[in-house]
Design a binder for this molecule. Structure first.
Ligand code: NAD
Ligand code: MG
Length: 400
């Protein structure tokens, strides 16, 4: 008999949050939902808490706490309401919680994700920005507090599945591994000329060919910054150096990534593109559970194709490798500028091609420094956001 695990989901109303609830609800004897959080969606959060019997609900926007109280009361749910940054930290560190799903989008998830690691929780990491912006500090926190970190990002989860057991944070070079082959669909604009992308709208950028995801990661996929962030994520998760991480464009999204060994073996993890697979793998690890994902039909899939990434058409990839190379707070600066630029694009204050222009100029304008503490991360993040916002204001005047 497996013991029931108590789960908290940071970012429960999002795409990953909902997929996590879907998987957990298939196994009521294994998983109990203890706490759920959202940014502003009061009704959705109350509804999820009522349906999944959560003991705690946290709304990040403090002003919405009374509305959440009312909504839960109307539903007859006995859920306790928490709010704001302090509420998120409380959810991440609740003594009765075994496992925290970190699925807030962007740097807003850093503090609560780190708090879960510090509390020694089993940490399922979807919030890649937290790891990208705080790399060494994040990994040191995980190590020092004995947190078990499992990747949810489909590529990193695939790599994890292709590695020797319990490899995370082990020595890449001594394990007979040559390189990681990180696959990516190439996004909705894979075969479009760069000049063709000038007038792209948020709706077009968010229409991903294979995955349904939140808006920010959808835009990141369209610029290929998502793959860039994932290269940095792979560096920290697996201890791989930049030259040991090869991006492979694979439009069908059937192979979710591969590991190549020194003897020439290449091991791939395959499956239908459905985030419930990595979520279930991490939730149940080292066991396997039903995730609600249909069988991969290889006859319908037909052929799998592969292309080299184009660093000219997708400069975000080049900038991410550059940030990894510069080290220190360079990835923090890259991530912050990207978040500011993507938000501006989604609000139609910046054109699509200017997203990477903002990132490049921010990286040129702010010198990366050593990263020793969370304070170093927060300082670099704030400075980069201010600088990026200035650049957005200047370039935004030229939105077509
Ligand atoms: P989403 O936009 O669908 O959901 C984001 C969640 O975060 C929501 O619950 C929202 O309420 C919460 N949130 C947003 N801003 C917040 C703030 N300031 N404070 C507190 N909470 C806030 O995003 P998503 O697609 O589910 O992605 C979540 C994370 O998972 C991202 O880091 C993304 O890169 C990563 N990820 C997503 C997918 C996917 O398929 N969706 C795949 C791999 C990795
Ligand atoms: Mg991914």
């Amino acid at each position: 008999m497996t013991r029931t695990r108590n789960i908290a989901i940071l970012g429960a109303t999002g795409s990953i949050g909902r997929s996590t609830l879907d998987v957990a609800a298939r196994h009521p004897n294994r998983y109990r939902i203890v706490a759920l959080t959202a940014c502003r969606k009061v009704e959705e959060l109350a509804d999820l808490c009522s349906r999944h019997g959560a003991a705690y609900a946290c709304i990040a926007d403090v002003s919405l706490a009374p509305a959440l109280e009312r909504q839960l009361k109307a539903l007859g749910a006995p859920t306790k309401v928490l709010a704001g940054a302090a509420g998120l930290l409380e959810v991440a560190t609740l003594p009765e919680v075994d496992c925290v799903m970190a699925a807030i989008v962007g740097g807003a998830g850093l503090a609560s994700t780190l708090a879960a690691a510090r509390a020694g929780k089993k940490l399922l990491l979807a919030n890649k920005e937290a790891l990208v912006m705080a790399g060494p500090v994040f990994m040191e926190t995980v190590r020092r507090h004995g947190s078990v970190l499992l990747p949810i990002d489909s590529e990193h989860n695939a790599v994890f599945q292709c590695l020797p057991p319990a490899f995370l944070a082990a020595n890449f070079d001594n394990a007979g591994i040559r390189r990681i082959l990180l696959t990516g669909s190439g996004g909705p604009f894979r075969s479009r000329a760069r000049s063709d992308l000038r007038h792209v709208t948020p709706e077009e950028a968010c229409a991903h060919p294979n995955w349904v995801m939140g808006k920010k990661i959808s835009v990141d996929s369209a610029t290929m910054m998502n793959k860039g962030l994932e290269v940095i994520e792979a560096h920290w998760l697996f201890g791989a150096k930049a030259h040991q991480i090869q991006v492979v464009v694979h439009p069908q999204s059937v192979i979710h990534s591969m590991v190549e060994y020194t003897d020439g073996s290449v091991i791939a993890q395959m499956g239908n593109p459905d985030m419930r697979t990595p979520i279930a793998q991490a939730l149940a690890f080292p066991e396997r559970i039903e995730a609600g994902v249909s069988s991969l039909d290889l006859f319908t899939t037909g052929s799998l194709t592969f292309e080299a990434p184009d660093f000219e058409r997708f400069p975000a990839l080049r900038l991410a490798y550059q940030a990894l190379d510069e080290n220190g707070t360079a990835p923090t600066i890259l991530n912050a500028a990207n978040e500011v630029a993507v938000a501006a694009f989604l609000e139609r204050r910046l054109s699509f091609l200017h997203i990477t222009a903002v990132i490049e100029e921010t990286m040129q304008g702010i010198a990366a420094t050593a990263m020793r503490s969370v304070e170093d991360v927060v300082a670099a993040d704030s400075a980069a956001r201010l600088r990026a916002a200035e650049i957005v204001r200047r370039l935004g005047a030229q939105v077509p």
